[in-house]
Write a protein that binds this ligand. Sequence first.
Ligand code: PEP
Length: 248
Amino acid sequence: MRKPLVAGNWKMNKTVQEGIELINEIRPLVEGASAETVLCVPSTSLYPLGQHLQGSNLKLGAQNVHHAEFGAYTGEISALMLKELGVEYVILGHSERRTFFAENNHSVNKRTLTAVKHGIKPIVCIGETLYEKKSEQTGQVLTTALRDGLEGVEDFSQVVVAYEPYWAIGTGKTPTLDQIAIVISFIRDTIGQLYGEKNSESCRILYGGSVNPSNAEEIFSLLDVDGGLIGGASLKPQQFAEIVKAAK
Ligand code: PEP
């Protein structure tokens, strides 16, 4: 059985103090929720907010990790460092990382393998741009991302895939329910073809891109959707809590 998961991506928002205040608002609202709930906070907040989350049902996530364990990689953070802070999840290959920081399926693959090796569950983001959608390349883009980005992963119960169309992120636009259902089933089938049936069944697949309290329930009720990756709405306690509760 796959446990539903909702992960908030705070991106480069919230100081430590603001993060503490946000958590104080979110925590009572999500008590008793059935979904696993993760807050992916800025690196500078990981330690203090990790301390602040102790004893709650909220888990700590990071927004990136480097593939090497240590070394001359100025500005980067290793899986060992994240693990030491109690990080349980890490977002990898977000469209913003791919667009602004030149990440690609190969760098995502190395980071994914390192995260898994150190017991941190990667949330690997894949999705098509508007141009790729319009030119009917979605299937090919996703297949390539799954093949190159997840190569070498042995146990997909330790990996989360987030389908995030670039054009839906932060835009208020979402694919239709039918489109989400078709694409997420396609992702599950492709994982099956590339990595075997067992892995296809155990991998949690999220939808991300302009999820809000009005559309969360219908998106999360789709057969192959195991929850969501939430950007903007994760900074609004009431909205985030409603989204978390929609994942059952
Ligand atoms: C995201 O950044 O991963 C995301 C899904 O953003 P939003 O929910 O704001 O579209």
